[in-house]
Ligand binder design. Structure first.
Ligand SMILES: Cc1cc2nc3c(=O)[nH]c(=O)nc-3n(C[C@H](O)[C@H](O)[C@H](O)COP(=O)(O)OP(=O)(O)OC[C@H]3O[C@@H](n4cnc5c(N)ncnc54)[C@H](O)[C@@H]3O)c2cc1C
Length: 267
């Protein structure tokens, strides 16, 4: 596989010093993909690091390309570019370099887009509950000809530490205002750092255990009528999986279909 830089950063929006929306345009045609899938971004060890990251010890090999997986946030119908939503890991190898990348900089983009975290295996009449610290796959799904007016209810629960980490909040609130079947439930867990926050505090599990999800669906979610997607922080994923496991929800795999769809961003 060639390690030549094969794409260009065409937009960057730093939501804050720890969250970045990055738009990347490949030199060649965009690979086809299904909303929810991921590809790989890479930058050389010689690329500079964001000033908000920790210093790197030992320094990375300047000639080696550091590559990591990223879910695509843009619509699968957009033919020109891919959008990514990246959280800074201050001690990390790649994210400090992605945060330092500027419009016009060259970047390595994987040729293939892969992954099973898609709506492909979700029955058409199911409700769709998406929970995440990782929001990118849901953005792509909602932006890719999503049927907001279908008979099923869609709920996106977005967990963050503080309210200013709730990226795309106004887009999701806008969708919720427009479509009666779509609900957006943000929640933060560091309210002491965010005393002005008026919304929910805690972990996404809360929305299941306190009856919020049941009341929006009109009944308790069951594995036969509700598909639950979990994406991002493995602690969040494990917590919700354990709780819903007690209600009969099982993880969806290629061999064993289930109603819990899982994408963990790290172990
Ligand atoms: C399928 C898939 C899709 C992914 N999509 C996204 C995405 O859309 N956006 C995104 O920001 N990341 C995403 N990731 C995570 C991404 O691949 C990197 O692991 C992450 O960006 C850190 O890279 P790094 O080189 O800076 O850190 P590394 O040097 O690789 O250090 C990684 C270590 O930092 C911790 N870590 C990794 N990610 C985080 C995090 N977000 N918050 C706190 N600690 C973390 C873990 O302990 C991990 O072992 C995805 C991962 C997978 C497997």
């Amino acid at each position: 596989m060639s390690n030549e830089m094969n794409a260009t950063v065409t937009r960057r929006d730093e939501i804050n010093h720890g969250l970045l929306v990055l738009q990347v345009t490949p030199d060649d045609e965009l690979p086809p993909f299904v909303a929810g899938q991921y590809t790989v971004l890479g930058l050389p060890g010689s690329a500079s690091r964001s000033g908000y990251a920790d210093p790197e010890e030992p320094p990375a090999d300047p000639d080696k390309i550091i590559k990591r997986a990223y879910s695509i946030a843009s619509s699968s119908l957009t033919g020109e570019y891919l959008e990514f939503y990246v959280a800074l890991v201050r001690t990390g190898a790649l994210t400090p370099r992605l945060f330092a990348a500027q419009v016009g900089d060259r970047i390595w983009l994987g040729k293939r887009v892969v992954g099973m975290f898609t709506l492909k295996d979700v029955p058409a009449d199911n409700h769709f509950v998406a929970t995440g610290t990782g929001l990118a796959p849901y953005l792509s799904m909602l932006r890719s000809a999503y049927e907001f007016d279908s008979s099923g209810t869609t709920i996106v629960c977005h967990a963050a530490r503080v309210s200013w980490d709730l990226g795309y909040r106004s887009d999701l609130e806008g969708l919720a205002a427009r479509y009666p079947n779509f609900h957006y439930l943000p929640i933060i867990d560091e309210s002491d750092r965010d005393p002005k926050w008026q919304g929910e505090v805690g972990y996404v599990n809360r929305f299941f255990s306190d009856g919020t999800i049941s009341s929006l669906l009109g009944h308790d979610p069951t594995p036969s009528d509700t598909s639950v997607f979990l994406c991002g922080n493995p602690l969040m994923v494990d917590g919700v999986m354990e709780m819903l496991g007690e209600e009969g929800f099982t993880k969806h795999t290629r061999r064993q279909p289930g109603s819990l769809f899982v994408e963990e961003y790290w172990k």
